[in-house]
Design a protein around this ligand. Structure first.
Ligand code: 3PY
Ligand code: MG
Length: 247
């Protein structure tokens, strides 16, 4: 079974842009990876090289820096399996993202002969299948989006919603308080709206305990940490342990 056809996927956020770490994530057996161009220093060239390392055994979704047709076009041309667009707040913004990602007549994506098209060797196959196969994930992570959720979810062509607890809490004047009861209530509201609309959703869960709850709740795309903070906390723990030993 292809990873993307499985119901519930675990994966990390990849920001480091290291080919070795890309290989480690693949070898670790994760189901998917979110390659983050919104909150990282990675260039498109680095994303391109990392995609070559990830290969097709792991589902690769690139988060674009913003809802911009030129970014969307260039990111999809790298040959990733789909994209995540941050901060969608209105139906109009959702339409911009969905149209930018689909070839005509459904959308307005322009045609280039790129890695996605096997550099021209498999252009016809890619052009025929891209509209159907690329995963378009839009982020609901602002209280304005929550107010407009019915209109956003009614936009055709959204394959998944991705909930951003950090930005959502910030927009509710609860910066960083991702477990505040009001934030959790709003997240539940978004999940229920997605279920009613028959659209899968994903979410970032900082700990295994949170992820188990999300799993039991039926979440499809679970993000289970950020590469740099995972490395940083392991180094910090090790250093702490060693220093306690010599006290
Ligand atoms: C957020 O929590 O704001 C996110 O975008 C998670 O990736
Ligand atoms: Mg966010």
């Amino acid at each position: 079974m292809k990873t993307s056809e499985r119901n519930q996927l675990f994966g990390p956020i990849f920001t480091i842009g290291s080919l070795q770490v890309a290989e480690m994530i693949k070898l670790a057996g994760f189901d998917w990876v979110m390659i983050d161009m919104e909150h990282s220093a990675m260039s498109l060239e680095t994303v391109h090289s990392c995609l070559q390392v990830f290969g097709s055994e792991i589902l690769r979704i690139v988060r674009v820096p913003g809802n911009d047709v030129n970014w969307i076009k260039r990111v999809l041309d790298t040959g990733c399996d789909g994209m995540m667009v941050p901060m969608i707040k209105t139906r109009e913004e959702a339409l911009i993202a969905v149209r930018a990602a689909r070839y005509p007549p459904v959308g307005q994506r322009s045609v280039g002969l790129t890695r996605a098209h096997a550099y021209g060797l498999r252009s016809n196959e890619y052009l025929a299948s891209a509209n159907r196969e690329l995963i378009i994930m839009l982020q609901i992570e602002h209280i304005d989006a929550v107010r407009n959720i019915d209109e956003i979810l009614a936009v055709k062509g959204i394959d998944s919603i991705f909930i951003g607890p950090y930005d959502l809490s910030a927009s509710m004047d609860l910066l960083g308080q991702v477990t505040h009861p009001e934030v959790l209530k709003t997240i539940d509201f978004i999940k229920n709206k997605c279920r009613d609309a028959g659209i899968p959703y994903g979410i970032f869960g900082a700990t295994p305990e949170v992820l188990v709850r999300e799993l039991n709740d039926g979440c499809k795309y679970m993000l289970c940490g950020v590469d740099l903070s995972l490395i940083s906390s392991m180094l910090n723990d090790l250093s702490g342990k060693l220093h306690r030993m010599i006290q």
